[in-house]
Design a protein around this ligand. Structure first.
Ligand code: CMP
Length: 145
């Protein structure tokens, strides 16, 4: 008999690009430590300057990454959609959150805490590489702006 589970299914994890190439045995570990969180639209999920506790993967819905300019006006750095993640920067270098991330619609999120995420990285070279690829992509995009 299937027990009810807090965590995501392997099928769901398989559909998320950062978990591409990560073996099932390790996805099962991730499924054990990740939990679901639902947030309404226009909710601040991550606040610039806060200390860093978790990585977030967007399962459904959308979010925007925001900064303020010198006059305090909101600047949208990027829009995030299903399958994309955020909150990795603070986990990697221990700095406070670099930007606000706010839901633009109702979101289903996977949340992985800092320590669990670091443990997953230590065991998964593909996961490290996927995170690095995404950082490189974001850097290239930032260079274009
Ligand atoms: P972190 O700094 O932990 O919290 C804010 C998050 O917003 C950050 O991690 C990234 O995931 C994301 N973020 C910050 N700046 C950018 C950017 N220029 N492009 C895309 N995502 C960003």
């Amino acid at each position: 008999v299937e027990q009810p589970r807090r965590g995501p299914s392997l099928t769901l994890l398989h559909s998320i690009p950062i978990f591409a190439g990560v073996p099932d045995a390790q996805l099962e570990q991730i499924a054990k430590v990740a939990f679901h969180r639902r947030v309404p639209r226009l909710t601040t999920i991550v606040r610039a300057g806060d200390s860093t506790d978790s990585l977030y993967v967007l399962i459904s819905g959308g979010a925007k990454v925001l900064n303020s300019d010198e006059e305090g006006r909101e600047v949208i750095l990027t829009l995030l959609g299903p399958g994309e993640f955020f909150g990795e920067m603070g986990l990697i270098d221990g700095s406070p959150r670099s930007a606000d991330v706010m839901s633009t619609e109702t979101c289903e999120l996977l949340v992985i805490t800092k320590n669990d995420f670091k443990r997953c990285l230590a065991e998964n070279f593909d996961l490290c590489l996927n995170i690095m690829k995404s950082l490189v992509q974001r850097l290239r995009e930032a260079d274009r702006n």
